[in-house]
Design a binder for this molecule. Structure first.
Ligand SMILES: [Zn+2]
Length: 104
């Protein structure tokens, strides 16, 4: 039975599209990417500047959108300072509380 497919998300580039596709497929949601083959065929623009549409069957639209919004929120994860346990934003290299180096 053929489902109706809907675009649930536009990835900023092919790499993001593939990582999202993998994430959705691991939740047993079938995914089609649209725009990827177009960019390859055009051969003029680098693949990483072309948006890629992520399409899912209509029956999977809601769980897919939920996963994608969780992905967007998790995209910039903070980090927990191993010394003092403070939560820091992803943009900070040092703990704002105790100055501990993130990568130390
Ligand atoms: Zn700290």
């Amino acid at each position: 039975m053929d489902d109706i497919w809907c675009e649930v998300y536009r990835a900023a580039n092919v790499l993001e599209a593939h990582s999202l596709k993998g994430m959705l497929e691991s939740s047993r949601i079938p995914v089609r990417l649209q725009g990827e083959s177009l960019s390859a065929a055009a051969g003029e623009l680098p693949a990483d500047v072309l948006e890629v549409g992520i399409w899912v069957p209509q029956s999977c639209l809601i769980p897919a959108a939920r996963l994608l919004s969780a992905y967007e929120q998790a995209e910039q994860p903070g980090w927990c300072c191993p010394r003092c346990g403070e939560q820091n934003g992803a943009q900070f290299e040092l703990c704002w509380q105790c100055g501990h180096d993130r990568d130390a």
